[in-house]
Design a protein around this ligand. Structure first.
Ligand code: SF4
Length: 275
């Protein structure tokens, strides 16, 4: 029987039907993350998933797969899962999920196209930063090159995705440089949106221990605002994308479309820096 300690989902999926696919995190090593520390990674058995679908609302139009990285179950199981969702929820036009760069790299372009055609229509991907030294520091398990490669693969397979990044993650004195590098990375592919999270140092995480030892110094609030401003100044999308800082962790809540709303968004951040 399926059992999970914590279920996490993006705030935009607050009203979406949730379908548990994995518990825990297959990586579980990111220095900043406390989400699945006490939970062992496992896959939810297909009979349990089927039972949830049988008892679901046939007219559901969107489903969010829960778990740190549900697509880590691999191509054949994802295909089976999407077929099953289609069987029991025939009106479901969008299956959304978190996905890691590492897991996406395990799928070929053709496999991703198949999953797209079977209904996988939105991924939330943690890019975090465009700096390799910081990715290494936080033990994210991918490099910038790998992230760019996988993002382009998603674009080619026409699977829309939201890029999640964390400001403050590079530490004191590094925020502007981190924003420029992160914007440069984002400019090489086409996400639906850039979702920012503000670095929070949770007790018990490796980053917390690093901070206690003085090996990591978090930036101040104003430095973090400068990071958001610099990010906005340097993101130059080929096609419109949403820039969204409305997740509860953020120190400023703004949302708009780039490039059209760029000046307004920068103005809103600048007015906070001056306070
Ligand atoms: S950030 Fe994501 S991949 Fe990293 S440990 Fe947390 S849940 Fe796992």
């Amino acid at each position: 029987m399926y059992k999970s300690v914590g279920i996490y989902y993006p705030q935009d999926e607050m009203t979406t039907v949730l379908l548990p696919v994995t518990t825990g995190c297959s990586h579980n090593k990111c220095a900043f993350c406390s989400m699945y520390k006490d939970e062992k990674y496992s896959e939810v058995e297909f009979p349990d998933i089927e039972m949830q679908l049988i008892n679901g609302d046939r007219y559901t139009e969107k489903v969010f797969l829960t778990g740190a990285d549900p697509i880590s179950i691999g191509f054949e199981k994802m295909k089976k899962l999407l077929d099953m969702i289609h069987k029991y929820l025939p009106y479901c036009a969008c299956v959304a999920s978190y996905a890691s760069i590492r897991s996406i790299s395990g799928f070929s372009h053709e496999e991703l196209s198949v999953l797209h055609d079977l209904g996988l229509r939105l991924l939330y991907v943690g890019f975090e930063t465009g700096r390799d030294d910081i990715l290494k520091l936080i033990n994210k398990g991918h490099t910038v090159n790998e992230a760019v490669k996988q993002a382009k693969k998603l674009n080619e397979a026409k699977i829309p995705f939201n890029a999640i990044i964390i400001y403050g993650i590079a530490g004191k004195g590094q925020s502007e440089d981190n924003a420029i590098a992160t914007a440069k990375m984002i400019n090489t592919f086409a996400p639906n949106s850039v979702i920012t999270m503000n670095l929070t140092i949770f007790t018990g995480t490796e980053l917390h221990k690093m901070t206690e030892r003085g090996d990591f110094i978090p930036p101040s609030g104003s430095e973090r605002l400068i990071e958001i401003k610099t990010l906005l100044e340097n993101i130059e999308p080929d096609r419109p994308i949403i820039f969204d800082t409305t997740h509860p962790s953020n120190i400023i809540k703004i949302k708009g479309r780039l490039p059209d709303d760029k000046e307004r968004l920068i103005y809103e951040v600048k007015s906070r820096i001056m306070v």
